[in-house]
Design a protein around this ligand. Structure first.
Ligand code: ATP
Ligand code: MG
Length: 579
């Protein structure tokens, strides 16, 4: 068994969270013919990292227990919802690697049935139309210490209520003039049970049902009954719905189902320096603080995809976070750890110089003229006279078979500015006037002979020589420490490389009232870099490890071979270790 699959087996054994334990018991007791879960996003924005947890849980448990998971759009509030959001949510779920059962569902697809059930509640004496103003309703709900005051309309006859509800449906009420309320208990210690509103008037077109309805069910009413209608067995949601469960059970019981669904609550995913609220993320988009929902700094699935995060890495992250009932904040470096791990054996390597410093090899022609007789057997190369280029063939990955590429080595190169220091700090292992020699990755040992400074004392250019005997061989009579990457100046391609930091500068951006105060001004830096031709020639969306620099992706929107654009996915390493 490979290390990879044994790791997975180990992870599977560890999936003993309380939700899976409940489902496992239900499966063993043969309580249901099949496990059915659902992922119920409201199409009022793009999905974010928090939703990834819910998706992995709902689709994950269904798969593990031989069941199915539905995708259902909880589209009971037409004001904030759009078809574009629906399309993107579907795309995001698929990209994460999950498949929903059959067609996607819509709560709006059940509006006829939900209306009929509301009528049933009225007929049973379990619901009434309230004509109090929204302010009165609020005031009469009472408080934690004080029972609510029953509405004067609470005891109207069934017939009267049926007529009023029909009038609501026929558009005879303006918004806020009438609502349908469940008739439960105005003194309940649970405020959600004090006759909650279940239908409201909204003279608003709906993206799915057009102008058919001017009354819309409330989420709390539509949700349990949509679950029941779809035969959901385990309705998994976040902890803030715990107080809504009594109403969930009430609705399901009053309508009467043979196999009622049950709601189970788990803790939300919170990640430090990250915002998981569609509403607040929308503000960033609307105010052009980011370039869009798919800005690579956004914690949306679209943003993380464009950033280069992998579905495997995101799923691994969710497994590591686990499922509990305890609210906690996860270190964002755990996410980066999972992403990094998923890239290690799946991305080709390449050389990119992010902050270029020009180097001219003064003995290039002379040294390269003897390359064939001096090279080590391990070196595979060809020399092109016309362009004076030594093309070095190298594998794309040191230990995974990902094919090979040719890297051009020429008289002028770029190395990174950080790899040459006039006054190096202690322990510096790269180039300096005192330590002028270093190995250029995949090719010769180079020795700097001269540096040129600009007026401010910055190094702007180097002259150097190469040792002709070191192509694939160790230098003679001395040890040369350190290896640096480089790119040919004449054959390399100028590229835009976007480096990222966290979008927010505060640990809990949601706690800052004005989001502008929580932003990290350095979240995006664009660099004018140089990349080897194989990187420029890649397809948009291809991920690489830039040697010594980190993982990068050719931007899905803007990258072309002539004008390459790369986004930094994640750094190569971090001292952070998951617990
Ligand atoms: P938002 O506040 O961002 O709009 P939401 O909960 O209102 O989030 P929905 O579209 O209603 O968004 O959520 C769909 C599902 O995703 C729900 O079951 C919800 O509980 C779950 N979910 C949303 N945010 C998180 C989170 N941070 N962690 C885990 N699950 C989440
Ligand atoms: Mg919501």
């Amino acid at each position: 068994m490979s290390e990879h699959s044994s790791n997975n087996a180990q992870k599977d054994e560890q999936k003993n969270d309380f939700i899976r334990n409940i489902i496992r018991d239900d499966v063993n007791a043969q309580k249901y013919p099949q496990i059915v879960t659902r992922f119920p996003p409201e199409p009022n924005g793009y999905l974010h990292l928090g939703h990834v947890k819910s998706i992995c849980l709902n689709f994950g448990v269904a798969k593990e227990f031989g069941g199915v998971c539905n995708l259902r759009f909880d589209d009971t509030n037409p004001t904030a919802e759009k078809q574009d959001y629906i399309d993107n949510i579907k795309n995001d779920v698929k990209w994460l690697g999950f498949e929903w059962a059959g067609e996607a569902h819509h709560a709006s697809g059940y509006f006829d049935q939900l209306y009929a059930w509301a009528v049933q509640l009225i007929e049973q004496g379990d619901a009434y139309v309230d004509l109090q103003s929204p302010e009165q309703i609020k005031e009469n709900r009472g408080s934690f210490n004080e029972a609510g005051t029953p509405s004067p309309h609470r005891d109207a006859s069934v017939e009267e209520n049926l007529n009023l509800f029909n009038d609501m449906k026929e558009g005879k009420f303006a918004e806020g003039k009438a609502v349908l309320r469940a008739k439960i208990d105005m003194a309940s210690p649970n405020m959600n049970m004090r006759d909650p509103v279940i239908y409201r008037v909204m003279h608003q077109e709906h993206h799915q049902t057009g102008d058919k309805w001017c009354i819309y069910p409330m989420y709390d009413f539509a949700h349990p009954l949509s679950d029941a209608l779809e035969g959901i067995t385990h309705s998994l949601c976040t902890l803030e719905f715990e107080d809504h469960r009594p109403f969930y059970d009430w609705a399901v019981e009053k309508i009467g189902f043979d196999v009622p669904p049950h709601q189970y609550e788990f803790s939300r995913l919170n990640v430090d320096y990250t915002m998981t609220s569609k509403r607040k993320l929308k503000q960033l988009v609307d105010e052009n603080i980011v370039s869009g929902w798919d800005d690579p700094r956004m914690p949306t699935i679209a943003g993380m995809r464009r950033r280069g995060y992998t579905p495997e890495g995101l799923r691994d992250f969710c497994e590591r976070v686990g499922v509990t009932k305890v609210d906690s904040v996860v270190d964002f470096r755990l996410l980066e750890f999972s992403i990094r791990q998923s890239l290690e054996t799946t991305t080709a390597r390449g050389m990119a110089v992010l902050k270029p410093l020009k180097v001219t090899i003064t003995n290039f022609a002379e040294a390269v003229s003897s390359w064939e007789s001096q090279k080590a057997d391990s070196v595979n190369a060809r020399f092109d006279e016309a362009s004076q280029t030594l093309w070095l063939t190298q594998p794309n990955h040191p230990n995974v078979d990902m094919g090979e590429r040719e890297i051009p080595f020429t008289e002028t190169l770029y190395i990174d500015q950080g790899d040459y220091e006039i006054e190096p700090p202690a322990g510096y292992k790269r180039l300096s006037p005192e330590k002028p020699e270093i190995r250029l990755r995949n090719t010769y040992v180079l020795a700097v002979t001269e540096h040129t400074l600009d007026e401010s004392g910055n190094v702007v250019e180097l002259k150097a020589t190469i040792d002709p005997a070191t192509l694939g061989n160790n230098p003679e009579g001395r040890k040369v420490k350190g290896v640096i990457h480089w790119v040919s100046a004449s054959q390399g391609v100028l590229a835009t490389v976007r480096m990222y930091e966290q979008l927010f500068s505060v640990e809990d951006p949601s706690s800052v009232a004005d989001v502008h105060q929580a932003l990290n001004a350095d979240s995006l830096t664009e660099l004018n870099a140089v990349v080897e031709p194989s990187l420029a020639n890649s397809d948009a969306g291809t991920r690489f490890q830039f040697e010594r620099e980190g993982y990068f992706i050719a931007d899905s929107e803007e990258h072309t071979s002539d004008k390459p654009v790369f986004n930094q996915i994640v750094s190569l390493r971090d001292s952070y270790k998951p617990a």
